[in-house]
Design a protein around this ligand. Sequence first.
Ligand SMILES: Nc1ncnc2c1ncn2[C@@H]1O[C@H](COP(=O)(O)OP(=O)(O)OP(=O)(O)O)[C@@H](O)[C@H]1O
Ligand SMILES: [Mg+2]
Length: 414
Amino acid sequence: MLGQKILTLDLGTSSVRASLSVQKGDRFQFIIKSAPSRGIKNGNITNLASAKESLSSVLNSLKIESSVALPNEAYVIVPGGCTLGYQVEASIEFPGIKTISHNDVNVVKNKAKDELLRIKGQTVKSYYEVIHVVPQEFIVDSVDGIQNPIGRSGKKLTMKAFIVLASRSHVKTISDLLKELNLKLKGVVLQSFASSYGIRQPNSYFNNNLLLYIGAGNTEFIYFREDKPVLSRHLPFGSEDIIDFLIKKLKVSRTEAERLYKEYGSAYAFNVNKEEIIHINYGSRTIKVPKILIPALIHQKLKEIFKDIKSILSEENSDYLENLSGVYLTGGLSKLKDITVLAEKIFKAPVTVPSLSNSEIGDVALSPIVGVTNYIVSLTDRKKLSDIKEDLTKSYEKTGSFFASLWRFITDII
Ligand SMILES: Nc1ncnc2c1ncn2[C@@H]1O[C@H](COP(=O)(O)OP(=O)(O)OP(=O)(O)O)[C@@H](O)[C@H]1O
Ligand SMILES: [Mg+2]
């Protein structure tokens, strides 16, 4: 019998992707289709009709290739630029000693949400909605470091958490777009957060690690401590900005800039032979330049962005950089030649482009897509609460019941 089926959509700056992952035993098999992105810039939908066309074409290819019907609801990846992330702490006290239930966790979560929205004020409250509440730790009375407090007894429950908010208008636009394609929006997942799940192995423990996602239009990063996010930020930069920079500096056409990037692109100019000469095309004219020129321009741009990331980290907490034990680079730009060399020089820590948790998928640009499935699976982990969802309570309570198995059987066959 087939297990869970998860439909994930990624509306990226360069590509629109749709993935169907189907559970077979304790693993998931993926079918991933992609099409050039139209009407989407930095994750924002700038032209609804074009975005719909891209998405519709990619969904059709997925339907053709998959042997099972697609679910009628989808998870959608949201880019960091539409989100905000904060650390919060909230506590609730019980009249006497009590065994902590799902409901108590939901109450402390709602208190944390309300408290955050109160501190951030009316603007954030009106324009943003909570999409992730990732517990960092629970404290029951004086016992700290608890991953899942359900079933423990105490008088006071405290939760430290990382809360991610997403722009209401972005979520509404996505939901409307999906509706036009007869799909329901099941949930949204922050791109970099999804990416961190895409590279998780069973023994992964991110501590003082920086996860960096660099795509075609977005740079997003999350700093992890004790395996939990403590900071998430976004910079509007990606490979498209490198192409624009080449166009501006070399005064070439877009096609020529894309060719130069593809053929000679590299992030670390000092590794390039200074003697080598290449040709740059200007319509009917061609000029000869040293090959190092292209990597030098890319090097300059990437150095700026890595330095910006460093400044944000050190402004937030000087420990973040001092204790940095490693950087994971994901997203399409992490495939650029020598990007880890440059990143290591700047971050002064080991930098790796990690493999994905699903070893059959070799493309690190797909880390967010693969990560959404891992993230959904993590929601049912009983040892630690990875994200507190309203529907988690229901699925926890129903697991194992006759109706739950019947429902799973029905959803498998439709
Ligand atoms: N081998 C490579 N070398 C250099 N750059 C590459 C390579 N392969 C892909 N890229 C760059 O990665 C980009 C795509 O990255 P990705 O798929 O992560 O972006 P996206 O999801 O479409 O955009 P975003 O998430 O930023 O909105 C391409 O536009 C391309 O420039
Ligand atoms: Mg992307």
